[in-house]
Design a protein around this ligand. Structure first.
Ligand SMILES: Cc1cc2nc3c(=O)[nH]c(=O)nc-3n(C[C@H](O)[C@H](O)[C@H](O)COP(=O)(O)O)c2cc1C
Ligand code: SF4
Ligand code: SF4
Length: 277
């Protein structure tokens, strides 16, 4: 058994790319998808560090990550850290994480956030917002720029982890941001992310390749006569189907081809699919 474990959840590869970069700089480390059914069997009394790496969803955590945290039991001496990737608006997701960890009795030693490319600039906005032109274009230059910045961030994080750095999680902010914090508290209270229903569309450019079915780790997508169908509502909101489709044939609600698509250039559809066993 490896002494250091990194658990990851990813939709479009950003979090896996960060996890890989961190693991390459460590020794005696294993990289395990949170969705792997044997994931927790890697922890034993000799485990020295456990890291969770995942994307921020709606100023909070993907519900798949919440479910994973609810099952985890840490060895008392293990150093526990979290790295959350995001698209530029992390909000108060660190505080949300802390609420969940506290319920589990888990002591978070360090929390890091890394800004990456946003894989869904319109998030899960209501239909009327989807129709408006407020998204930013994803260009190759932007991708290069963000990924170079990410490398520097990762170096700092690796140093922090190696030194077993301890930081206190962000406190509720002061001034105007306190209002946003309380708005988020109310939103978290009244909304259960696992209840959202995300409606996808497919246009005529679909070539029937089946990549969307392959990357869908909740098995929500099934090919039927060379066209994808979303056959149930269990969704991770990971946007892998939307972003890995080579024809950009998949849209969300009214939002179709205007934006272009993004997934991390080093992470393949096979890598995404390999999260489940
Ligand atoms: C459903 C959903 C909600 C998101 N919400 C936020 C958000 O609130 N703030 C933010 O900065 N990025 C948000 N993002 C962008 C992702 O956090 C970001 O692109 C992340 O790096 C994706 O990681 P992945 O490629 O490992 O899935 C959201 C993405 C999705 C799919
Ligand atoms: S990935 Fe795109 S092109 Fe391929 S089957 Fe799915 S919708 Fe069609
Ligand atoms: S339907 Fe799309 S967004 Fe939902 S889990 Fe499957 S790949 Fe992810």
């Amino acid at each position: 058994m490896s002494k250091n474990i990194i658990y990851y959840f990813t939709g479009t590869g950003n979090s896996l790319a960060v996890a890989r970069s961190i693991s390459l700089a460590m020794t005696d480390v294993v990289l395990i998808p949170m969705l792997n059914e044997d994931a927790l069997t890697y922890i034993d009394t000799h485990t020295e560090s456990i890291g969770l790496i995942y994307p921020i969803h709606v100023n909070a955590l993907p519900h798949a990550v919440i479910h994973f945290i609810q099952k985890i039991h840490l060895p008392s001496k293990a150093y526990f850290y979290v790295v959350a990737t995001h698209g530029g608006i992390p909000g108060m997701s660190g505080l949300y994480l802390n609420k969940i960890l506290k319920k589990q009795g888990i002591d978070l030693k360090t929390y890091y956030e890394i800004e990456m490319l946003n894989n869904t600039p319109k998030g899960i906005a209501p239909k009327f917002l989807m129709r408006l032109n407020w998204e930013q274009e994803i260009t190759p230059e932007k991708v290069d720029h963000k990924l170079s910045a990410m490398k520097i961030e990762v170096e700092n994080i690796v140093k922090g982890i190696t030194d077993k750095e301890e930081t206190t999680l962000q406190k509720p902010p002061s001034g105007t941001r306190i209002m946003m914090y309380w708005m988020m508290q109310i939103m978290w209270l009244i909304s259960n992310p696992s209840k959202y229903k995300l409606q996808f569309l497919v246009d005529d450019s679909c070539n029937g390749c089946g990549i969307c079915e392959q990357v869908c780790v909740t098995k929500r997508i099934k090919m039927n006569e060379d066209k994808p169908e979303w056959v149930h509502d269990h969704c991770n909101f990971c946007y892998a189907c939307f972003n890995y489709c080579p024809k950009e044939a998949i849209g969300v609600k009214y939002y179709t081809k205007k934006l272009g698509r993004y997934h991390h250039p080093d992470i393949s559809a096979q890598d995404i699919a390999a999260q489940i066993k």
